[in-house]
Design a protein around this ligand. Sequence first.
Ligand SMILES: NCc1[nH]cc(CCC(=O)O)c1CC(=O)O
Length: 316
Amino acid sequence: MTIDLPTPAKPLNIGTRGSPLALAQAHETRERLAKAFDLPFEAFTIVVIKTTGDRIIDRPLKEIGGKGLFTREIEDDMLSGKIDIAVHSMKDMPVLQPGGLLLDTYLPREDVRDAFISPEFTGIAQLPEAAIVGTSSLRRRAQLLNRRPDLNVVEFRGNLQTRLKKLDDGVASCTFLAMAGLNRLRMDEVPKTAIDSTDMLPAIAQGAIGIERRANDMRAAEMLAAIHDTQTGQRLAAERAFLAELDGSCETPIAGLAELDGDTLHLRGEVLRPDGSVSHADQISGPISDGATMGKALARTLLDRAGPGFFDWHTN
Ligand SMILES: NCc1[nH]cc(CCC(=O)O)c1CC(=O)O
């Protein structure tokens, strides 16, 4: 050990958004760090930071636009030293971080699948003709409309609790959430059915928690190395290379999932038109160490198949 470990007098400050899921993820990070270094919880402070995305709750995310909607304030506070590390849902993270910051530590991944949530139905196939489904996710909307063009998709924003309330109020017949969020919040009572990834390919990095730090912070680097999950890192390297090559904005419906089998990595990917009218999907397999190259190659395959202009719809 070459570093001075944090103490209650000089704690490691952990930045996070204030949603119940974000807080659960920050607490999981603190628990893993405390355990790995045999430190009291008081050696860590959890600092809640409100982001632009948290402040604006009355408009669809795609109207507010811009990357880093949920991260800018947190990253600013890290660069200024107010916090030392930040805990994120990797699904919400852009592929590039601001200069001076690194995002290369991942906790063991949770269930990657989407959950079908409904008090009445058990799956997409059971939904009656023209049923109303609530989601704010462009990917889920496009995937649903691709398989079931008859469905009516309505905007469903807000955190888990807000969405479940809307369902109880009868605003829609069902909604969709990541299994990971439900599991991390131990929401066992929620009426849910896990959707197989072959029926609905999840978002890039779904179910993965990432921890960001200053590139020159040796204490944070050494501590985070102790809780990093290598396999999650290998899977995300492939998925995020796929995303980076597609240059996906948050307006583009993209899905992708890497899975490991011995020394082999299997990567599946899908790109869709937002209205679900077109879907291009394919897969690639190879040695785990080639993950990033395979991600890029799979993206090229799908881009070629989609043809020029496939991603330009939102600038029209
Ligand atoms: N975009 C919001 C978001 N970011 C991460 C999760 C869930 C947890 C995860 O995938 O790690 C969610 C909510 C959801 O999709 O249900």
